[in-house]
Write a protein that binds this ligand. Structure first.
Ligand SMILES: [Cu+2]
Length: 245
């Protein structure tokens, strides 16, 4: 009986550790663009979170400086659907992300860097924290791993890197640099997609946001206590979204 309990506990722990997510593909106005892993996504080798806010990995994860061979092609005003999965987006039993990972989903854009994506080049396109009584990551799980983002009509044609980030807050009750509570702070899952945008827009995103400067351990969007009834007061880190106006 004790053995069975231990075995169950080990299974549960293993499940938690591996219950993370990566971005697998993108649809444009509902049209699947095919497997994007290392094709048009600068895919990290694993689905592990990034927690070091001073690292290059916080921007586009561990392989962020390595250009992928392809681009997603979309027009300004199109709806992009990002498909996240734990392991296999085609397996209906795949649970996407462990539901303990309550948190926000943020989407940023930068003029395409062929290599290093760090520095003050980013603008926010969309953000969702806790709205309508639920966290964005839980809505994503309920939606089979899908997250919709519409490109602003005014977005100028050209090549871009679009960074979507799951920001899990289940360990963010203490700041990431709290010496008394090591390994706390938000868990970030940034994945970056190469997109070539067409259309007649003429606005370039100009927020010049730098993750290594703007994401700090004391930022209220990265150090936030869930479970105490104040979820609706959550404000995501970074600037408010740029809509081209
Ligand atoms: Cu985790």
């Amino acid at each position: 009986m004790l053995l069975l309990t231990l075995a169950t506990l080990v299974t549960l722990l293993a499940r938690h550790v591996s219950a993370h997510a990566r971005l697998f593909r993108v649809s444009v106005d509902g049209k699947d663009q095919g497997d994007g892993l290392n094709k048009y996504i600068r895919s990290p080798a694993t689905n592990d979170p990034v927690r070091d806010l001073s690292s290059a990995a916080i921007v586009c994860n561990t392989q962020g400086s390595k250009a992928a061979p392809d681009f997603v092609r979309a027009a300004a005003g199109d709806k992009l659907t990002f498909l996240w999965a734990h392991d296999n987006p085609d397996d209906p039993a795949d649970y996407v992300l462990d539901p303990s990972h309550k948190g926000a989903i943020l989407t940023y854009v930068a003029a395409y860097p062929s290599g290093d994506p760090t520095g003050p080049i980013w603008s926010k396109l969309a953000e969702e924290g806790f709205t309508g009584g639920q966290w964005a990551t839980i809505k994503m799980i309920d939606n089979g791993g899908k997250v919709d983002v519409t490109l602003p009509e005014a977005l100028a044609p050209g090549k871009y890197l679009i960074r979507q980030e799951l920001l899990a807050l289940h360990r963010a009750d203490f700041a990431c640099d709290d010496p008394a509570h090591p390994n706390r702070g938000a868990e970030s899952y940034p994945n970056c997609v190469q997109v070539e945008v067409s259309g007649s827009g003429d606005k370039k995103p100009d927020q010049n946001f730098d993750f290594n400067k703007g994401y700090t351990c004391d930022n209220k969007g990265l150090h936030f206590k869930i479970y105490i009834g104040q979820d609706s007061q959550y404000v995501a880190p970074g600037p408010r979204p740029w809509n081209g106006s």
